[in-house]
Design a protein around this ligand. Structure first.
Ligand code: G6Q
Length: 552
């Protein structure tokens, strides 16, 4: 188990990094590149099918050495060993953190409370294999005897974002007969719009909920069940059209789903880390169990790299450390994720949960208030779309926004010049963010356009780009199940590294739990089944207004 780390800001490496930051002030990325033609080669690295170029970050060998020292002083490696070994590092919930066990090969052994969990992991995978093969082949029939054509995953948060993101990313591998749908929001619009697109006779619902008590998911699942029974005219139809993914067999049975059609997982799998478990059932249905196993294998390759590579040559370590440098020393409050791949358009949303739910914490693992910033805001959209929207702020705004550019070298859809253009945009953006455009360059450009005098001087400051904006670029040969698995695992471990350095528990989510409780109190007050309790004037006023104006 980890020892209680000394306060982060008192560590020698922290002090040294602060002094180093001050000494570096005024140094630009342009200069660093001009001085060192080998910068790209030295500050890039490949593992598990992912190539990371981190040379466009404001750092030198000394920065990296100090960051690695910080990792040592904060015990990142010790905590990593504890996580992989199944120690209960999620202390506030008394749980191990073992999503890495889900992607280990058959025959490996991982112990939780003295019991090897690997046989159970592979038993569920085998159950998933049998079931997904039956659905995909058409052997699994709906109540009226027709094969399944629509899969509707009903889940929210960790039981939605991962499978949705991965199914979207792996669409080129999807089964041609199966259309995937995801219903998460308790807003009836989400369910209604989805049901309008499917046919009850050919639809399979997956109710995905670790706890099987989440209000939104259970509400959507009940309404979907009512819809199905009404359409097919027989309550027995539920058996062929509903399966569950959960850790809570009792609640699954109470809902009316045969536990033979339940796929289990375990409390040591956190919601936002669960796409590797049976929560990944929609992925396995869409791309097949073979490709799902490839996804697991890609993540496992990255796990091995994370466990074994020295800190200075370790992809997640480097991404995590550079993120700490940007956030805590250079003052970046957010981090942009910019995939140049349309099929990764849900990846930033997925990472928002992974990162912000994990490291959006204000106390240390020992419960003391932090005196430094923890997890940044994570945001982004695919390129090139973002270029026509928010990149302006990254180029010329007053905030520092480090960015990750992510791109596959080959596309699944080679149409004319599209992919060349896409990649050219990706590289051009990170180059421009790094270099900027100096006053002298703008002056020369405007003069060449025939501008002079006051007109030139007036336009000049608007066209200057400060540059020096840090970014990393991640390339892969092609977005495949294996490279996607590695990419997700890379970010999981990056988040782990940062949480370890900030000394927060990255694996609990009390803010989410609060949300689950709060609405329960107001719900009966809104529909009038209970008189409003004591609220602040704003909440009380809003409740009263909705009650007065709402149509039944
Ligand atoms: C993830 C969070 C949260 C969770 C959802 C759904 O880490 O805990 O997003 O996944 O609240 O919970 P259930 O799967 O229990 O329905």
């Amino acid at each position: 188990m980890t020892t209680v780390a000394a306060a982060l800001t008192a560590l020698p490496a922290w002090h040294a990094l602060a002094a180093h930051r001050d000494a570096l002030a005024g140094t630009t990325l342009r200069e660093l590149f001009a001085r060192d033609p080998g910068r790209h080669a030295r500050y890039s690295l490949e593992a598990a099918g992912l190539f990371l170029d981190y040379s466009k970050n404001l750092l030198t060998d000394e920065t990296l050495a100090l960051l690695v020292q910080l990792a040592h002083e904060t015990g990142v490696e010790r905590l990593r060993t504890a996580m992989f070994a199944g120690e209960p590092i999620n202390r506030t919930e008394g749980r191990a953190v073992l999503h890495t066990a889900l992607r280990r090969p058959r025959g490996d052994a991982v112990f939780v409370d003295g019991a090897n969990v690997m046989p159970a992991v592979h038993a569920v995978l085998d159950h998933m294999a049998t079931f997904t093969e039956a659905v995909r082949s058409g052997d699994w029939r709906g109540h009226s005897g027709r094969p399944i054509e629509h899969i509707v995953n009903i889940g929210i948060g960790g039981s939605d974002l991962g499978p949705l993101m991965a199914c979207t990313a792996l669409a080129p591998y999807a089964h041609p007969r199966l259309t995937m749908h995801f219903v998460s929001n308790v807003d009836g619009t989400h369910l209604a719009e989805t049901l309008a697109r499917v046919d009850a006779e050919t639809t399979l619902f997956i109710v995905a909920s670790k706890t099987f008590t989440t209000q939104e998911t259970l509400t959507n699942a009940r309404s979907a069940r009512d819809w199905l029974i009404a359409r097919l005219g027989d309550a027995a139809a539920v058996a062929k059209h509903f399966v569950a993914v959960s850790t809570n067999a009792a609640e699954v049975a109470a809902f009316g789903i045969d536990t033979a059609n339940m796929f289990g997982f375990w409390d040591w799998v956190g919601g936002r880390y669960s796409l590797w478990s049976a929560i990944g059932l929609p992925i396995a249905l869409s791309v097949g169990i073979g490709q799902f196993r490839e996804l697991l294998a890609g993540a496992h390759a990255l796990d091995r790299h994370f466990e074994q590579a020295p800190a200075g040559r370790n992809l997640p370590m480097l991404l995590g450390l550079i993120g700490v440098w940007n956030a805590n020393f250079l003052g970046a409050g957010s981090h942009a994720v910019l995939p140049y791949d349309q099929s990764l358009h849900r990846f930033p949303a997925y990472l928002q949960q992974l990162d912000m739910e994990s490291n959006g914490k204000r106390v240390t693992r020992e419960g003391r208030a932090l005196d430094y910033t923890s997890g940044p805001l994570i945001w982004g959209e695919p390129g090139t779309n973002g270029q026509h929207a928010f990149y302006q702020l990254i180029h010329q705004g007053t905030r520092l926004v480090p960015a990750d550019f992510i791109a596959p070298i080959d596309t699944h859809h080679p149409i004319g010049r599209h992919h060349t253009l896409l990649l050219a945009n990706c590289l051009a953006q990170s180059e421009a963010l790094m270099r900027g455009k100096t006053e002298a360059e703008v002056r020369a450009e405007l003069s060449a356009q025939g501008l002079a005098g006051e007109a030139l001087e007036a336009l000049l400051p608007h066209k200057v780009f400060p540059g020096n904006r840090p970014s990393s670029t991640i390339l892969m040969q092609k977005l495949t199940p294996a490279t996607l698995g590695a990419l997700i695992a890379l970010y999981e471990h990056k988040v782990f590294v940062q949480g370890a350095i900030w000394n927060v528990n990255s694996f609990d989510q009390w803010g989410v739990e609060l949300g689950k409780q709060l609405a329960k109190a107001i719900e009966p007050e809104l529909d009038g089944s209970r008189e409003p309790g004591i609220h602040d004037a704003s909440t009380a006023g809003l409740i009263a207004r909705i009650r007065a104006l709402r149509h039944p």
